[in-house]
Each structure stands twice: as structure tokens, then as C-alpha cells.
Ligand binder design. Structure first.
Ligand SMILES: Cc1ncc(COP(=O)(O)O)c(C=O)c1O
Length: 448
């Protein structure tokens, strides 16, 4: 029972629990009416309907609901690195709107070209070819198509329980049951390596995984690519440098492409602009998205090597909003803002602060089994017993709703992992306030 509930909660907190019902009951009547209208008109799907609340505006690190209540947004679907309605981003978008909001296919435009050049200039010299897409899932789809075209091979290795998007091609290489259930045959076989869990399995698991990957690639000559997140976003799994360097070596040895999905974590979330930089490796294809659109526009991209620019006779993406000037303006503004405001340095300093503050929480509350993170991406993993490490599912949910009441919004992954992912522009005072809210949630729930 516990395990199946956890699987349901792998991607996020569920919306049919008793705690969700209690939360729903305390909302005011007009808000509940809007939620009912939402539920009456939208096609239902898990994790979306019924919704948590109705929001009216956003600014900086805050979402504001229809009653004017503000929530520090420590989730933001990983799009809000430079904060909501960032004035610099909005100014650039207004300028773009005035003269070229859309660029039909077959034409190019200055903003899109400049963004592609900018991305390439920030990446290692080997990554020099760009293709845009209107969302991360589409970028993953393009990466998979390109990998097939390059290698002539169709099979892919992925990580169990990983998420690379919700479409049929993306779920074929993603392992979350929530997305695969009822879907029948997925093209062609994906070979899955077990999910990493550093808290439970330590580096021993990494050594095992590396061996498994090598064996898998030795046994199956028809594998073309290995796809993985450089750092797993949902429950914050941070591989060692040795792990990534060996994976890179193994892929090279077998002529298998390494596709890194940095859709939720690029552009400073974990410190550097691109997470792989700190591992001293380079991917063959890099997938970007989410924050690329500066919290305004759906914008994603793949970046790959010059030698892989060989698909000129087929369509890899061909999306209507491919070279979107508006999306490119948002992305360009996000990148400029991130660099000009030295957010990478700030994030590193915030990382030290959070490491210290969260480890204090761990010392104080037995419920906190593990805290781990990089930059401004952190996990606080709650367990019933620090020895058995049994996941504290109900407790995590209770903490989440308590924090929501106090104006702090975040997601719970794997059923028991509080995932903390604030905008990178957050001030130290705001961070302190958030930690205080979490601490008070632990105290008020009497969980020491
Ligand atoms: C790791 C990862 N890859 C791909 C995607 C898909 O991106 P999108 O929702 O923009 O299609 C997501 C979205 O959550 C993601 O977290």
C-alpha cells in the first residue's frame, strides 16, 4: 500500500487525499466556485484537476491568490529562475511585441538567431548547433529523433522512474507509471537502469549502475543513446563526478550518444549555467527548456555538435512556434539578466546558507532523514525511522499543507521529499522566512 501510494506520488503531491480535501474546505466560496468551473470544463488528468487554488497575479518570488494571499513559490514548475514578471524581461518582451511577435516558418528573425548564437557562445565549443521547440517534451522528442538519425539505432537506455515529458515518445524513455498506465505498446524497447537513491544506497549504487550500463551496452548493439537528467530534479539526486565521467567514457566506448536533459535545472539552478559543466563532461545532445522562457513563454531547445548537423533532409521538429521572436526575446533577457546580476555567484552563496540551515533542521527533527542539494535546488527527505528510512508520506503532506497555509508553496516528490526550488533572485531574508515556516510546520505537527 505504502509503495503504491509512493508511486502515485512520485511526480508530485496527489489531489485526492484527505489533506487536499481539508485544504479545499478552507478556501473561500468564490475560489471554490472557480475551481468547480475549472473542473467542469477541463479534461481531468492526475496532478492537475482538481486544482490547488486559483491565482491572480505573480511578482518576483510570489504567487498571489484571488484573496490577495501571497505564496513564496518554491516550485514554479522550474520556470521562474529570474522571478515572475522580471521587469527587465518584460521590457524586452514589450519591445519585441511592438515589432515582431511571431515569425512564420521559412523565415528567420534577428532575435532567434541572436539567441541561438548566445546559447552556443555559453556552451563548450563542441556544442554549436541549435534547434528550438515550444516545450521541453518536444525538445526531448527532437533529441530522440536526431539520435536515431545519427546512430541508425532505435533503442535507448534511461533511468527507471525518470521523467522526460508527457508525450508518447517522451514517456517511452520515461519511467513514471502515472504517465505510462493504459498506454499499451511504447516504441521500441527502452532499457532501464535502476533509479539512483543516494540517501538509501550511497555511492555503492553508482558503482553498480556504471557496471550495469557497461554490460547493457555490451550486450545490446542496437542501443543508440543514453538519456538522463544531469541532476535529477524531482527528488534531487546528485551524482558524483566520478559517476558522470565514467558514464561518458562508457558511452564513448560503445559509440552510444549521451543525451543530457537539463530542462528543469539549466540556467543557474544548481549554480553553473549548465549543470554538466561542473562534472567535466560534455553531452552529445543537450535538452533545455522551462526557465529558458523566463517564466513567460514556452521555450525549449536542443544543442548538439557540428558533426551531427546531418538531418537536413528530414524534419526533426518543424514546430509552428519554432523560431519564436517572443520566446527568443524572453530567453535572451533571462540569460542577460542571469549573467549581468551574477546570479551564479549568489546561488553558490545561497547553497552554503541552505546547507547549514537545513542540516540544523535535520539535527533538530528526527523526521528529517536527509537534506541534499546544489545551488538553489534542495530536497528535505522525511522518514518515519532514520534506521529503516521508511518514507513519511502523510507527514510530508501535512508539512506541505501547513506551509501553504503560512504562504510557502513547494512540491512533494516521491511522497516524502519536500522539493525546494525558489527563484534564483530570492533574497536572504526571504530564504530565512521560508526556513522558519518549514521549521514551524515541523513544530506545530509535533513531529520531533
Ligand atoms: C526533466 C524533464 N524533462 C522534460 C520535461 C518536459 O518539459 P515540458 O513540460 O516543458 O514539456 C520536464 C518537465 O517537467 C522535466 O522535468
Amino acid at each position: 500500500m505504502n509503495e503504491s501510494l509512493r508511486q502515485l506520488r512520485q511526480e508530485g503531491d496527489i489531489n485526492f487525499s484527505a489533506a487536499r480535501q481539508d485544504w479545499y474546505e478552507q478556501l473561500d466560496t468564490p475560489t471554490r466556485e472557480w475551481l468547480s468551473r475549472d473542473a467542469a470544463v477541463f479534461l481531468h488528468q492526475s496532478l492537475s484537476t482538481p486544482c490547488l487554488n486559483m491565482i491572480e497575479s505573480c511578482e518576483g518570488i510570489y504567487l498571489t491568490d484571488t484573496n490577495g494571499k501571497q505564496y513564496m513559490d518554491f516550485h514554479g514548475n522550474s520556470v521562474h529562475q529570474v522571478g515572475y514578471r522580471n521587469p527587465y524581461v518584460l521590457e524586452k518582451l514589450r519591445e519585441q511585441l511592438e515589432h515582431l511577435p511571431f515569425s512564420p516558418r521559412r523565415y528567420t528573425n534577428k532575435t532567434a538567431v541572436e539567441l541561438a548564437e548566445k546559447l552556443v557562445s555559453l556552451l563548450p565549443a563542441s556544442l554549436s548547433r541549435v534547434l528550438f521547440a515550444p516545450g521541453g517534451t518536444s525538445a526531448v522528442g527532437m533529441a530522440l529523433k536526431l539520435a536515431r538519425r545519427i546512430t541508425g539505432k532505435q533503442k535507448v537506455v534511461s533511468i527507471q522512474g525518470s521523467f522526460h515529458g508527457a508525450s508518447l515518445d517522451a514517456i517511452a524513455v520515461g519511467g513514471e507509471e502515472q504517465f505510462r498506465k493504459y498506454m499499451g505498446q511504447l516504441f521500441p524497447e527502452t532499457l532501464f537502469l535502476p533509479q539512483t537513491d543516494t540517501y538509501r544506497n550511497g555511492v555503492a549504487q553508482e558503482i553498480q549502475l556504471i557496471r550495469q550500463l557497461d554490460e547493457l551496452l555490451s550486450r545490446h548493439a542496437d542501443i543508440g543513446a543514453f538519456i538522463a537528467e544531469t541532476i535529477r530534479n524531482t527528488d534531487v539526486q546528485i551524482p558524483s563526478t566520478a559517476y558522470w565521467q565514467q558514464v561518458r567514457e562508457i558511452c564513448d566506448k560503445h559509440g552510444v550518444l549521451l543525451i543530457l536533459d537539463e530542462i528543469p535545472i539549466a540556467f543557474g539552478r544548481t549554480g553553473p549555467l549548465f549543470a554538466f559543466e561542473e562534472y567535466g563532461i560534455e553531452p552529445d545532445i543537450l535538452c533545455l527548456g522551462k526557465g529558458l522562457g523566463a517564466g513567460v513563454f514556452p521555450m525549449a531547445a536542443i544543442v548538439t555538435k557540428e558533426e551531427y548537423n546531418i538531418a537536413g533532409d528530414i524534419s526533426l521538429g518543424h514546430y509552428t512556434h519554432e523560431k519564436t521572436p517572443l520566446g527568443a526575446a524572453a530567453a535572451m533577457a533571462m540569460i542577460d539578466y542571469t549573467i549581468n546580476h551574477q546570479l551564479a555567484d549568489k546561488v553558490k552563496a545561497d547553497e552554503q546558507f541552505l546547507r547549514q540551515e537545513l542540516s540544523l533542521l535535520k539535527e533538530e527533527f528526527a523526521l528529517v532523514g536527509d537534506t541534499r542539494g546544489k545551488g538553489l535546488l534542495w530536497a528535505v527527505e522525511l522518514v518515519r525511522d532514520p534506521v529503516t528510512k521508511e518514507r513519511a508520506l502523510d507527514e510530508a503532506e501535512a508539512v506541505m499543507y501547513h506551509c501553504l497555509q503560512q504562504g510557502l508553496s513547494f512540491k512533494v516528490s516521491q511522497g516524502n521529499v519536500l522539493q525546494l526550488c525558489p527563484p534564483l533572485i530570492i533574497t536572504r531574508e526571504q530564504l530565512k522566512k521560508a526556513i522558519l515556516i518549514i521549521r514551524q510546520a515541523f513544530i506545530s505537527l509535533d513531529v520531533q
